[in-house]
Write a protein that binds this ligand. Structure first.
Ligand code: PLP
Length: 387
């Protein structure tokens, strides 16, 4: 049994979540439930593999081995029922880096890229700063959860629209998109020649009954029309190692991506990232099952505490990941007022508006922390917003 209740002081380790509080919130005096990493110890089998490698004491250039690729193919087959060939795997030094390079490789300046806000903040910059144009196809809420707005998408696609960035499972809403949703999305994209870049970094962190569906498993046509980005970083708390990978079945798109990656020598990769990935995917299932149980317990605590003590705050029930999307709109506060009140209460969350203007009135809370920390944070929120 792993002990996810263990309190580990992260202050003074140069971690953004704790040591970046002053810069982000204007005070270090908040419980940090913001940036998406967890307060749990990176698993022992990963740490031991890294320690063993360090004993060699020469940290030169590295290669990715067959064992590394087999660790990925094995993990995807066991956890997601997805069979891939090793030659479809490419590398990226982080998922955001990978999706930005993919945008550059697979579209041209001034072409259009569809985003579905509210969505993970860096998607906006990856499109804008590479000189592409954002087409917003906002999600809509049905029965308390997000779903796609296909009519809006069909209206907005033009002959300049080349890519759609999908977030599955969705950050910040936590949706694991279902087969019907994904099938219709793929059909529309195929019809209009829009290639899909599917960010599936949260795919291992399934909390609810819905399974994660890797986009290429929908159909042969879907597989040929997408690039999938994944990583062990969220699952095993390794984000500082900036190691992730892409699976691209389409040979032409694979080649374009690889060329873009190789040009600035970003394909070289990180020695420790490679070792951590291989170890995590080879030995991580038991640890992950225990983590998921703990996270389910945390979400249950969050939901029940808010229901009882601050019913004006409504969480969207997540299928996946450790991010709770909280609707504060019943309080009628501006974004600044809401943020300030939370900081004054002693908790640091992410503003919903960070994920696009559709997120105004929401806050995102990271419950990848010990239950004791979560309890204290919820008490502070309830004191400020209950009654
Ligand atoms: C959807 C999504 N993609 C990518 C990332 C970041 O990935 P990386 O640190 O590998 O760039 C995050 C982190 O929160 C995320 O939520």
């Amino acid at each position: 049994m792993y002990n996810f209740d263990e309190e580990i002081n992260r202050e003074g380790t140069d971690c953004i979540k704790y040591d970046g509080r002053q810069a982000f919130f204007g005070t270090a005096d908040v419980l940090p439930l913001w940036v998406a990493d967890m307060d749990f110890r990176t698993p022992d089998f990963v740490i031991n593999a890294l320690r063993k490698r360090l004993e060699h004491e020469i940290l030169g250039y590295t290669i990715r081995t067959d064992a590394y690729r087999q660790a990925i193919t094995g993990w995807l087959a066991r956890r997601h029922g997805w069979t891939i060939k090793p030659e479809w795997i490419s590398f990226s030094p982080g998922v955001v880096a990978g999706l930005t390079l993919a945008i550059e490789a697979m579209s041209a300046q001034d072409e259009e890229v569809v985003l579905q806000p509210p969505v993970y903040t860096p998607f906006f910059d990856s499109v804008r700063l590479t000189g592409r144009r954002i087409i917003e196809n906002p999600l809509k809420i049905e029965n308390g959860r997000y779903t796609f707005d296909f009519d809006d998408l069909k209206r907005k696609i033009t002959r300049h629209t080349k890519l759609l960035l999908l977030c599955n499972p969705h950050n910040p809403g936590g949706m694991a998109w279902n087969r019907e949703e994904l099938t219709e999305l793929v059909d529309i994209c195929l019809k209009h020649n829009v290639f899909i870049i599917s960010d599936e970094i949260h795919s291992d962190l399934i909390l609810g009954a819905r399974k994660h569906i890797p986009l290429p498993t929908l159909s042969e046509a879907a597989a040929a029309n997408c690039a999938v980005l994944m990583a062990p970083s969220k699952t095993f708390n390794l984000a500082g190692l900036t190691t992730s990978f892409l699976v691209i079945r389409n040979k032409l798109q694979f080649k374009k991506y690889e060329k873009r990656l190789h040009t600035p020598h970003l394909h070289m990769g990180n020695l420790f990232g490679n070792i951590a990935l291989e170890s995590a995917y080879s030995h991580g299932e038991h640890w992950l099952e225990e983590l998921l149980e703990y996270l389910r317990g945390n979400f249950y605590l969050l939901q029940s505490t808010l229901q009882q003590s601050a019913p004006g705050i409504v969480p969207m029930p997540p299928d996946a990941t450790y991010l709770a999307w909280l609707d504060f709109s019943s309080f009628g506060l501006t974004d600044d007022e809401l943020n300030t009140r939370l900081i004054q209460a002693g908790v640091g969350l992410n503003r919903g508006s960070q994920f696009g203007q559709q997120g105004t009135g929401y806050m995102r809370l990271n419950f990848g922390c010990t239950r004791a920390t979560l309890k204290t944070a919820l008490q502070r929120i309830a004191d400020a917003f209950g009654g």
